[in-house]
Design a protein around this ligand. Sequence first.
Ligand code: NAD
Ligand code: AHE
Ligand code: ZN
Length: 375
Amino acid sequence: MDVRAAVATAAGKPLDVTTVTLDGPKAGEVMVEIKATGICHTDEYTLSGADPEGLFPAILGHEGAGIVVETGPGVTSVKTGDHVIPLYTPECRQCPSCLSRKTNLCTAIRATQGQGVMPDGSSRFSLGGKKLHHYMGTSTFANFTVLPEIAVAKIREDAPFDKVCYIGCGVTTGIGAVLNTAKVEPGAKCIVFGLGGIGLNVIQGLRLAAADMIVGVDINNDKKQWGERFGMTNFVNANDAGGELVAHLVNMTKTSADQIGGADYTFDCTGNVKVMRQALEACHRGWGQSIIIGVAPAGAEIATRPFQLVTGRTWKGTAFGGARGRTDVPKIVDWYMDGKIEIDPMITHSMPLADINKAFDLMHAGKSIRSVVVY
Ligand code: NAD
Ligand code: AHE
Ligand code: ZN
């Protein structure tokens, strides 16, 4: 069938909004009509050419919500008409990773997902008879897409697609990093580096966890009021502190009883490896944990003196906030519908698919928190 899609034809080029061909779902797959999709920094990262797994031509997008319109043979967990959020981290509940209970990183289809194809090795998308790659197993920059049934979370039907699509990545990643990965306890002192679409969700996760001190660090002063809106207690412009940023942050966390200082938990939400180092070194000696959320370009490496780890700091990473999609995403949708978490104010821009390139311009200019394409 013909569907409308934004095609990434080559690294660094604007997306080409056009009509492409989508084949129906095969065994174990479902076709979903995507009603809305957010644009995450990771889409920009892959489009820029910085992603070592980036493939072109491809249909990007991984932060969607929609309705199941067709199921392939053998599909049992969802049916036509179900409202769903596509999952770039699926949950098969059968692979060694799912069964380990130690990780959310299901490995059932990761290999083919990284090759831009469905689990049987073929693509459902084509243009003029030529294959288009899927992206992150989701390809939500098309108004219809095909996914394995293990890669959709069924959600309640009264949830608005143009808001809960953000739970498909940013909201779950930020809140999950706090609750699932760091397991922040009430009263904790925390620092969040990068107050964009992810960092603000870390901040609202920290508010849920009842953290005492929530320091936000950014290079854009406009982010001060954004952070405060969701519970940030202090703001630091990294450029104002210069080379003294880490010392400045450690000083801020000192008390009369604790002159060592340093945060209990820090979060990198920038993807910049220099910031990742600052985040680790701003942790408290003996127990501070730094959680890497940002995705860094091909070839980039993190560095620190091993002394930082010897003296009890821990470096951790998290993907999709450690969330098990089919289990946890419906609960996060409930949290939103019950008013426990906020989404609406963070969606600063919405647009039709035809204007999707504007979402990337707004992101580059630091003017948006989240842009959403509404189909
Ligand atoms: P964004 O562009 O909305 O926000 C990034 C923020 O970082 C901006 O406010 C920017 O001003 C700030 N920043 C840039 N350089 C900085 C510096 N040196 N010091 C402090 N702040 C700085 O991006 P986003 O959508 O919030 O994504 C953030 C990162 O998280 C990206 O790398 C993205 O790819 C990654 N990400 C990871 C996961 C995951 O599962 N691990 C999920 C989603 C996004
Ligand atoms: N292809 C990239 C991987 C980037 C990455 O780490 N992606 C995150 C999700 S970011 C969502 O906005 C992720 O899920 N990682 C786990 C995985 O299996 O990819 C690269 O850098 O190679
Ligand atoms: Zn994302």
